[in-house]
Design a protein around this ligand. Structure first.
Ligand SMILES: [Zn+2]
Length: 308
């Protein structure tokens, strides 16, 4: 029995092809950002910073050449602005990669990467961030800042973050799970319950940075959720599934947390306390680690001056 004529078949095939092409064209930006290594947008004109920036100060950066966390980025920016206002810190927020010069960075005690994604810097800007951190500047990375499948800048993923993202659950994407506090003495974790139950998009990494000597603050209990990825891939890491950690990058204090996909995350009291503690630690206002404080600060100032 002939259900569809040859001509009918051809028209159907053409319609499917056209629909496919339209889908790809419509979603081209997001396909590029997630599956094709990100878009390549770079700024080269270093902007002037405000003259009246208070000290200490934080620089909050939220540029996205990879996936953009549209809901989280503005609320997290506002949260860090609140931290600064409450404690009298200088605050500057930008998506301009050219802000990253030695002179500009010397004015900040820590930089916060608010869901920065993809490779966002020119070689000079990369070098400015690397030198800033290794000479004693603080770094706080949030969620998407460690969430790309392909980083071109190896120092960033292998050293500064310390772990390669491999995926997050999609079945479903957001799940309630239990986090374990691995070290309750750190300013980031001191207010957290030992078993911390919350809902988020849970990242998995190629390997735990514990093996490299990085200090784990939070791990996730894999029995408390379903770690299955987009294509049904197994995202289990076992008992040592890290979600937040710190280490010394040269003289600099570096903190990364994989928490914080949703806008609601930045209204959760415990998560807010963790981010505030982490930022205060990275700024050397609290806690220990990563060399002599005065020497680190002097080195950083010097690095800024010699570059002028
Ligand atoms: Zn996310």
């Amino acid at each position: 029995m002939k259900l569809v004529s040859r001509k009918g078949c051809g028209i159907m095939l053409l319609a499917i092809l056209l629909a496919g092409a339209a889908f790809v064209a419509f979603n081209w930006d997001i396909i590029q950002r997630i599956f094709l290594g990100g878009v390549k947008v770079y700024e080269t004109e270093a902007p002037a910073l405000p003259d009246d920036l208070a000290s200490p100060a934080i620089l909050v950066f939220s540029k996205t050449n990879g996936f953009r966390h549209e809901e989280a980025i503005p609320v997290a920016n506002a949260l860090f602005a609140d931290f600064a206002a409450a404690d009298g810190w200088g605050f500057h927020q930008t998506e301009n990669g050219a802000t990253f010069t030695p002179q500009n960075l010397a004015r900040f005690d820590a930089v916060v990467f608010n869901n920065v994604s993809g490779d966002v810097f020119t070689p000079e800007q990369r070098e400015a961030l690397r030198s800033y951190v290794e000479n004693g500047g603080g770094f706080v990375g949030i969620h998407g800042s460690g969430g790309d499948n392909s980083y071109d800048w190896r120092w960033y993923v292998e050293e500064l973050i310390g772990a390669q993202f491999i995926g997050h659950p999609m079945d479903p994407q957001f799940q309630q799970a239990t986090l374990r506090v691995e070290d309750a003495s750190h300013p980031a974790t001191v207010f957290l319950p030992g078993d911390w139950s919350r809902t988020d998009e849970w990242y998995s990494f190629e390997a735990s940075p514990r093996a490299r000597g990085y200090n784990l603050l939070l791990t996730i209990d894999e029995a408390s959720y379903s770690p299955v990825g987009l294509f049904g891939d197994d995202l289990k890491m076992g008992d040592d599934h890290p979600l937040a950690w710190w280490h010394c990058q040269g003289q600099g204090r570096a903190f990364y947390s994989a928490l914080g996909h949703t806008a609601e995350s930045y209204a959760e009291g415990e998560h807010i306390a963790m981010l505030l503690g982490a930022t205060r630690w990275a700024m050397r206002l609290e806690g220990d680690g990563c060399g002599n404080e005065a020497a680190a600060s002097a080195q950083r100032t010097q690095a800024g001056e010699t570059a002028e």
